[in-house]
Design a protein around this ligand. Structure first.
Ligand code: EPU
Length: 337
């Protein structure tokens, strides 16, 4: 495939919400060299935005600049010993294909992140996480190139990883594009089964192996989360809020069963899905957008929704949660205009 440059390009198939916005220019490249050529020959002008599979994006209007997408593929072992394997993966590799590859090869670490939509490049930007694992724990370094054509490798400790965030999400890093992500995976069996009811649920499977843990995670996700192919959505719409102990203590007096996760001696994380459900939004719609009936953290496009329709429901939910609980919740999904 050669470099593709499109004008007035429909982004409908490029965002899992299925919002029909347009990009003035859309560019797809296959290698670092191609990206460098595009930068140096002036094809990529600002404003520009690099996207992955569009699984964490909401286009709130047409995009007047250039949207870039990486088709850099390849999973390459770059080092290994008896315990650890180091793998270099192209930013355009589908994340779950990489997880499947790890499981097939007997590499431990990524299995709890099975079926997360999106691509490898975005995994490192977003610090994707699920079922007790965050991708930052597997990343050894991130290879990038910026709009001046400068290549730079960031070691994990330079990436400023936090819950669903990284250095790469900073506004001044928007013109730094991930080309490859290097991961370290374990060749020795070790599982992370302490999230929620995972340990109990794995008992229903014949044995604990990489394949069965992957299968369990896939089964849980399929039960709780809508398939974007069938119902447009971007996974968790909101980030779970983190509140100080005192505020949590006051809430717990009123809501005895409030689910929570103690982060440290001062802070508690509360599931936004629970807060939204308590406000009565689960399964409810506002125009063509609804709160998913099996998981209140997910907003779904019932068909033909615009970005503005999604924003309207998102703001209505934020207001309800603020009024009922005194807590501000914020989107995990990135709004693009
Ligand atoms: N809950 C409700 N009602 C709901 C949804 C959740 O009461 O409608 C309660 C559940 O009963 C449970 C608690 O909230 O006690 C936590 O729910 P769950 O385990 O489903 O996790 P979550 O906080 O809703 C987070 C991630 C998910 C990830 C799961 C599993 C965020 C924003 N979301 O969801 O990530 O799959 O944990 O680890 O941190 C994503 O990022 O797109 C995503 C799906």
């Amino acid at each position: 495939m050669k470099i593709q440059v499109y004008k007035d390009y429909s982004l409908k198939a490029r965002n899992t919400f299925g919002v029909d916005a347009k990009a003035a220019i859309f560019v797809e490249y296959n290698s670092v060299k191609e990206l460098k050529d595009l930068i140096l020959n002036g094809t990529i002008t600002t404003p520009c935005l690099h996207i992955g599979a569009g699984s964490n994006l909401l286009f709130t209007s047409d995009y007047k600049g250039t949207i870039l997408h990486s088709c850099i593929k390849g999973i390459e072992v770059i080092g290994e010993d008896d315990e650890v394997v180091s793998v270099r993966v192209g930013s355009g590799v589908v994340w779950d294909d990489f997880v499947a590859y790890c499981v097939e090869h007997g590499w431990y670490g990524a299995e709890n992140l099975s079926l997360i939509p999106g691509e490898v490049g975005a995994s490192a930007v977003q610090n994707i996480g699920a079922y007790g694992v965050e991708v930052k724990d597997l990343i050894s370094s991130v290879e990038t190139i910026n709009l001046s054509g400068k290549e730079c490798v960031f070691r994990t400790n330079e990436c400023e990883y936090v819950y669903r965030g990284s250095l790469f999400k900073r506004p001044e890093m928007k013109q730094t594009f991930v080309t490859y992500v290097n991961y370290s995976l374990s060749k020795k069996a070790h599982y992370c089964l302490d999230y929620g009811t995972i340990r109990q649920e794995i008992e229903k499977y014949p044995s604990i192996t990489l394949k069965t843990v992957r299968q369990l995670i896939i089964d849980i996700r399929r039960k709780k989360l809508p398939d974007p192919e069938e119902l447009g959505n971007a996974g968790s719409f909101f980030i779970n809020p983190i509140v100080p102990n005192a505020q949590f203590g006051a809430l717990q007096k009123v809501y005895k069963d409030i689910p929570h996760y103690k982060l440290n001696s001062e802070q508690v994380k509360i599931p936004a899905g629970w807060l939204i459900e308590q406000c009565g939004w689960k399964g409810k719609s506002l125009g063509p957008v609804a709160v998913y009936d099996k998981q209140a953290l997910v907003l779904v496009n019932k068909g033909g929704a615009t970005g503005a329709d999604v924003v309207a429901l998102s703001e209505a939910i934020q207001n309800s949660v603020r009024v009922k609980f005194g807590i501000d919740i914020y989107p995990e999904v990135n709004f693009v205009s």
